[in-house]
Design a protein around this ligand. Structure first.
Ligand SMILES: [Zn+2]
Length: 213
């Protein structure tokens, strides 16, 4: 039964609905997250996934199959409610020090750039600071080989000068972690300016080739 058909009684009127499939949601779920069948379909869980390569990272899920298709769709057709539901679920699995400060990785495009990292940082409920500037328009990373990606990003970021009371530990925020070249270039710029970087938070991690089999 879809909630949009509502008005079928008091219970349905107070029934929360899944922001992804609009079906009534299990009331035991915390916050406004995708329903359990949607989490299973997209291979997501409140624990998220974590790894160490090429820098410590925490993600909601693998950038593959249904979750990849959903994120691509949300980029074309932004939907705040769906987006917030994914961030709420991501938030439940994060393990960060209390003193963590989030720094979104800026897009190199001045217009129609990717606003997802900034929205994620705002929504995650931790302090955030726009410490990075992307001061050179580069080629899109999308079509470049791994080595060219690294070269393409050398010097692409500049970090704001360190304030008197510097943040204890910075966590970078981006929507997708693929080779990590962008994240490493951003981390290097922050290190160079004297900041301590704990790792990266992202919506999805592209699976290694060996995992695709
Ligand atoms: Zn659902």
């Amino acid at each position: 039964m879809f909630c949009s058909l509502g008005a079928l009684g008091r219970s349905l009127l107070i029934q929360r609905c899944c922001p992804l499939c609009a079906r009534p949601i299990d009331q035991t779920l915390k916050g406004s997250t995708p329903c359990r069948p949607c989490q299973e379909r997209l291979q997501l869980s409140p624990e998220g996934i974590k790894g160490w390569h090429p820098l410590p990272w925490q993600a909601l899920g693998r950038y593959a199959d249904g979750f990849r298709a959903l994120l691509l769709k949300l980029r074309r057709e932004p939907n705040k409610r769906r987006f917030h539901a994914l961030i709420t679920l991501l938030d439940q699995g994060l393990q960060l020090p209390e003193s963590a400060v989030l720094v979104p990785i800026p897009s190199w495009k001045h217009h129609h750039g990717n606003t997802v990292p900034t929205l994620m940082a705002q929504r995650l409920g931790l302090p955030s600071a726009p410490l990075l500037m992307r001061h050179q328009a580069r080629l899109s990373q999308h079509h470049l080989s791994r080595n060219l990606r690294k070269t393409n990003l050398t010097g692409a970021f500049q970090a704001a000068p360190i304030p008197e009371k510097q943040p204890a530990q910075i966590w970078l925020v981006d929507d997708i972690l693929t080779t990590g070249s962008t994240a490493l270039a951003a981390r290097d710029a922050l290190h160079h300016a004297g900041y301590a970087v704990g790792g990266m938070i992202c919506m999805a991690r592209t699976p290694a080739r060996s995992c695709r089999r």
